[in-house]
Design a binder for this molecule. Structure first.
Ligand SMILES: C[S@@+](CC[C@H](N)C(=O)[O-])C[C@H]1O[C@@H](n2cnc3c(N)ncnc32)[C@H](O)[C@@H]1O
Length: 186
């Protein structure tokens, strides 16, 4: 009986943590949805990510893009993830994958100024309103050689230098590539 009660209590605690984490990122940031691996691969290819380059995923979810960047493109990868559940999942997945050149911080990516300045490629799978809110911050800090790829959503005030079609979560969509010198639309 005690074992059964303990099981119910653990189950409820996990459920509350799971729901709380989803509500937190949905209300204050962006809901946690992980992109398809193929869409991530297409994005990193469009960004021409190379060995030993610095890759950033701002809003890194459960770490899929970080693991692909490290395992398939041999890049150093850093993720910023604000929501506790995907952050925890990503830490466990990275630990199990044995990748040691992946770093994940449970912080708002607006604290990633120095990483953004040093990044070769930044990957973003964030709603357009979030891209709009952070557009100036990201491009002000991006270096001349740095690139940004966005999946499914684009910056409202910039013209991408390249666009590539892909499939994400079974839906046809696009990936957009930007650089610092990308001209403002306006
Ligand atoms: C749509 S998911 C993308 C997950 C992953 N990058 C992928 O492509 O599979 C967006 C993630 O960004 C996180 N996020 C949104 N705003 C953030 C912020 N300001 N700082 C850190 N993480 C943020 C959310 O918690 C969520 O997990």
């Amino acid at each position: 009986m005690i074992v059964f009660e303990a099981f119910i209590i653990i189950f409820l605690l996990v459920l509350i943590f799971w729901l709380g984490s989803h509500l937190y990122s949905t209300i204050f940031y962006v809901p946690y949805v992980n992109a398809s691996n193929q869409a991530i691969r297409d994005a990193l290819k469009l960004g021409e990510l190379e060995k030993d380059q610095l890759f950033l995923d701002l809003g890194s979810g459960r770490g899929d893009a970080l693991i692909i960047a490290n395992k398939e493109f041999f890049a150093k990868a850093i993720g910023y993830e604000i929501s506790p559940l995907p952050y925890l999942l990503s830490k466990i997945r990275v630990f199990l994958s044995g990748d040691r050149s992946i770093d994940i911080l449970r912080k708002d990516f607006r604290q990633a100024k120095s990483e953004i300045k040093n990044a070769d490629l930044i990957y973003l799978y964030l709603f357009e309103k979030v891209l709009k809110k952070n557009e100036r911050f990201l491009f002000d800090n991006l270096s001349a050689k740095g690139k940004i790829v966005t999946l499914a959503f684009k910056f409202p005030n910039r013209k991408p230098i390249k666009i590539k079609a892909t499939k994400n979560l079974g839906i046809e969509t696009k990936i957009y590539l930007y650089q610092k010198q990308t001209l403002d639309k306006m």
